[in-house]
Design a protein around this ligand. Structure first.
Ligand code: SAH
Length: 199
């Protein structure tokens, strides 16, 4: 298993997208938040030796991180064709399959879903198809959301399974879009660990 520091260093080397599409709420999860989610998954037994799906994979930071922590394979789903191209380049050589499609169109079954879905700040409810899909196709879900929605998220996930962990974190979002006024901004986020199967 990789130490946290080593993982962070490797994740910070993954090439980011050159441009961003606002309507898809594209941005790269900061390395600290990605590491936090990945270790929550690893410690919960949802990564090592597992078949993992990354919904809205972007540049592949979560997909590659999962492989580095011992996942057997990752399916990386990304709707944007430009980003799917970069994703395919970034994951070359890893056991990661890229699907250039909408998360709603995915079918199959995976041990674990990992995701940093759109937070719905541009288009309300944009994270819902991700949550619906993840809880339908995977036994374990690890997901980052806007902390503002925490009450709703608790209700939603409790209705789909059992919440095992909930951790509040700060994420750094760089000035990707013009409507962000400062160079960097910090947002309160929450990572949920959910199981959809009962033992
Ligand atoms: N997982 C990456 C990117 C997070 S941003 C990271 O952690 O850095 C959310 C991503 O979801 C963007 O890349 C966006 O293009 C993608 N996306 C948005 N709506 C989507 C949809 N309906 N289906 C698949 N991907 C989608």
């Amino acid at each position: 298993m990789k130490a946290r520091r080593v993982l962070e260093r490797e994740l910070s080397r993954i090439p980011p997208p050159l441009s961003h599409k606002l309507y898809l709420e594209q941005y790269v999860t900061d390395v600290g938040a990605a590491t936090e989610l990945l270790f929550m998954g690893f410690n919960g037994g949802g990564i090592a030796g597992k078949r993992v799906i990354d919904l809205g994979a972007g540049n592949g930071i979560l997909s590659i991180g999962a492989i580095l922590l011992g996942a057997e394979s990752v399916t990386a789903v990304e709707v944007d064709p430009d980003l799917a191209k970069l994703l395919a380049e970034n994951v070359r050589g890893y056991p990661i399959e890229v699907l250039n499609e909408d998360v709603s169109d995915v079918s199959g079954h995976w041990d674990t879903a990992i995701m940093n879905p759109p937070w719905g700040s541009q288009s309300r409810g944009a994270d819902r198809p991700f949550m619906d899909k993840a809880t339908a196709i995977a036994d374990n879900v690890y997901s980052i959301h806007n902390y503002k929605s925490v009450e709703f998220l608790r209700k939603y996930y409790s209705g789909k399974g059992r919440i095992l962990k909930e951790r509040k974190i700060l994420v750094e979002i760089p000035k990707t879009y013009r409507h962000h006024e400062k160079d960097k901004e910090f947002f309160e986020a929450v990572i949920f660990s959910v199981t959809t199967v009962e033992d």
